[in-house]
Write a protein that binds this ligand. Sequence first.
Ligand code: GLU
Length: 469
Amino acid sequence: MSKPASFYENVERNFDKASAFTKLPQGLLEQIKLCNSVYKMKFPVKVGNDVQVVEAYRVQHSHHRMPTKGGIRYSIHVNQDEVMALAALMTYKCAIVDVPFGGAKGGIKISPRNTSPAVLEKITRRYTAELIKKNFIGPGLDVPAPDYGTGEREMAWILDTYLTLKSNEVEGYGCVTGKPVSLNGIRGRTEATGRGVVYGLNEIVSYKEDMDALGLSTGLKGKRVVVQGMGNVGFHAANIITEYGAKVVAIAEIEGAIFCEDGIDVKKLLKFRKSSGSIIGFPGSTTLESSAAGLEVECDILIPAALENQITIDNAKRIKAKIIAEAANGPITPDAEEILLKKGMMIIPDIYINAGGVTVSYFEWLKNLSHVRFGRMNKRFEEFTQNNILDVVEKATNKNISVKERNNVVKGASEIDLVNSGLEDTMIEAYRTIREAKKKNKIPDLRTAAFYVSIIKIADAYGSMGIFP
Ligand code: GLU
């Protein structure tokens, strides 16, 4: 039997499928597809009385827009092929949601669970120094963010190392996103990917024609949802989708999967897992035979929010969802996708549906460059204007507006309001563009349509650089 295709080869296969619908020159397509720069490094870190040699990467897939952008992953499974695949996905993702960056990704081959915070900090700081040495980090060069195994804490270490070594850079805070709010991060970034998944799904299920084809009603209300992964993305997607009236009936994690027809309270589940170390045994739920069985629960919407290669030709036939939203990067292999599409499922590709994270990272970067919190200049002024309008209405109608009514109407936009509104608008607009492109060009599936939109936009950027007429 031949070796299964690698993650990067799978991304290339999806790219090739979509590029066939464009009429772009072969050389330009090649330039868009390839990884521009791959930096593999090894560095020593002193652990106890010994030295640990750490393997790490940063890949910049495309420089058609600068800076390049993408998270940093800490996992024992990190390898060059994976980081290249993830960097390429970042390029297409940014293009789809009109985030003016090229794609990049980083990875460190370590187990964050089995490494002490003190050693993690040493490794993170040394990795940042290595990136600085090679010009692989900077607000105008390459801007990392969290990914699997990293979060605000790691971003704070990166920022601190960067600012220590580049103390005179006025835009230095823009060297990394996903920072704590206290260090010039932005409100709403932590939940942004999960929230973006829900905003996207809310738009997707609003088209009657599309839902009729799947045998579903419109709207998220009442939809049965299954989520794989209770990390940052999976938790927030699960939590926010219930606010729209959907029911999370099953959740899968590394240790196993649980089911509850009445719906799982994910906030309580997260607390339960923190104290017990597992989702198994959560009150009111039944335990499924394995973690993999969680993915196979019959549902309206399946959200894989863990890692790549989760739905393959081995389990694709047993998946019983109507819609699959790829909150993770690359959870479905191209061969598995063919099986799922034949079964009539709707697959919402990662490069669109999980783009909420990088969208809000972009807002954070803008905030850092402008040195001012969104809403700071206009919030009170908006409230003042709205109050004046209500005063005029009161006078003209000779009716009193109660304090409660006034408070409902008068509301200047705060940072979190603007972030969420900008994110929602981005997810809606991007889906409309993909859906239109699919129809107009008779493209059979949403992934190919999303890649198509992305390739065209990147080719346009090369045009404006004078490389492509
Ligand atoms: N790691 C996230 C992703 O895969 C976020 C990247 C970013 O914010 O730059 O999209």
